[in-house]
Design a protein around this ligand. Structure first.
Ligand code: NAP
Length: 328
């Protein structure tokens, strides 16, 4: 499938080795880049690690209409590129690099970043969340062969043009995907496991009013067809109320059923709930002094670009205060 554009970042190897950082920020979504802006303006020269998706999930969305300050809306990629530029202007060092391991039991904290050791006095976890999968074997086998998690990245591909397409989910993401795909598909089916959308009223209204969208209520995808052919030719659907199964032809399956927090590296050390969301303490803190958290990896309630940005700001202020006490 199409590879989302990458925000520009710099080589990592020459800058990391042997350095003791004041603050390392993991993640460059709205939370991470806002934390980067604030810590940079506090002269902390944050090291900001992008992970595999620089700019976070917002870079895969189309127009962001609800970020204050952009009355006409702004492209998600553009918004993140601007945030990065703003943070870099004040000295943030954004690196295309992934955190591989952490040792939060020692002081300073020890990080392994693309094979290099990094020491830091404080850490802001802003790792966000990734797309939730349906969990079907056929879904995994046909990923990138017609199964995708991002309409903005893949919707315009020739295989989807003028073909029936399926979107799974009932939240704002699913509505956004289904509306976007009406530009390309002959018909777009919205398969939802209930008979009411979870999405906000305005999004649900837009879906309802679009003649190219057909909701399929109370239904789940039980199989993506056709693994043998190595491409998506349809889906097997099950109506949860009647238990009736049916096969529907389509050329693409766009899964938009929510997100899973990207917190695996911190399991067992940083307190998190049963779903893997980090539990913040006293605002942006965690159970580990010196480790702070912001954004979707700690928020299963609001999950908005602007709330993530606000949380990034709070984490940065907490870091500044913590370092003032630590280094006095
Ligand atoms: P969400 O609100 O959690 O919705 C997930 C949807 O997927 C729900 O309808 C859920 O069904 C369904 N679902 C979950 N697991 C499923 C499974 N295993 N099989 C089938 N269906 C399943 O997630 P989201 O849509 O990604 O939105 C996340 C947050 O981002 C929300 O706060 C949303 O408001 C925000 N957001 C906002 C915008 C916007 O404002 N334009 C755009 C995108 C996202 P149930 O309803 O039955 O639980």
């Amino acid at each position: 499938m199409g590879v989302p554009q990458r925000l520009p970042s710099h080589g990592v190897k020459t800058t990391l080795r042997g350095l003791m950082e004041k603050v390392v920020i993991i993640g460059t979504g709205c939370a991470g880049l806002t934390a980067a802006l604030y810590t940079a303006r506090a002269n902390l020269r944050p090291l900001v690690l992008t992970g595999q998706q620089p700019g976070g999930l917002l870079t895969t969305t189309s127009t962001v209409e609800n970020f204050p300050g952009f009355p006409e809306g702004i492209d998600g990629y553009e918004l993140m590129a601007r945030m990065q530029k703003q943070a870099e202007r004040f000295g943030a060092r954004v690196q295309f690099a992934s955190l591989e391991a952490v040792d939060l039991k020692r002081r300073p904290f020890g990080l392994t970043v693309d094979g290099e050791n990094v020491e830091t006095q404080t850490l802001i976890i802003a790792t966000g969340a990734s797309h939730r999968r349906l969990g079907l074997e056929s879904e995994a086998k046909l990923e990138n062969k017609g199964v995708t998690y991002c309409a903005t990245c893949d919707g315009a591909l020739p295989i989807f043009r003028n073909q029936p397409l399926v979107v799974v989910g009932g939240g704002d993401s699913a509505c956004e995907e289904v509306l976007y795909l009406t530009r390309f598909g002959s018909m777009v089916y919205l398969v939802h496991r209930r008979d009411a959308l979870r999405a906000s009223k305005i999004m649900a209204e837009r879906v309802r009013e679009n003649a190219k969208i057909k909701p399929i209520w109370d239904s789940v995808v039980t199989e993506v067809l056709d693994v043998k052919q190595g491409k998506v030719t349809g889906v097997r659907l099950k109506n949860l109320k009647s238990n009736v199964e049916a096969v529907m032809d389509c050329a693409g399956v766009f899964v938009a059923i929510g997100h899973v927090p990207s917190t695996g590296l911190f399991r067992g050390v940083v307190d998190m709930d049963a779903n893997g969301y980090i539990i913040p303490k006293k605002g942006a803190g965690t159970n580990v002094p010196g480790v702070f958290v912001a954004g979707d990896c700690a928020d299963h309630v609001y999950r908005q670009a602007i709330t993530a940005a606000g949380a990034g700001c709070a984490a940065a202020i907490e870091v500044e205060r913590y370092l003032t006490v630590l280094n006095q």
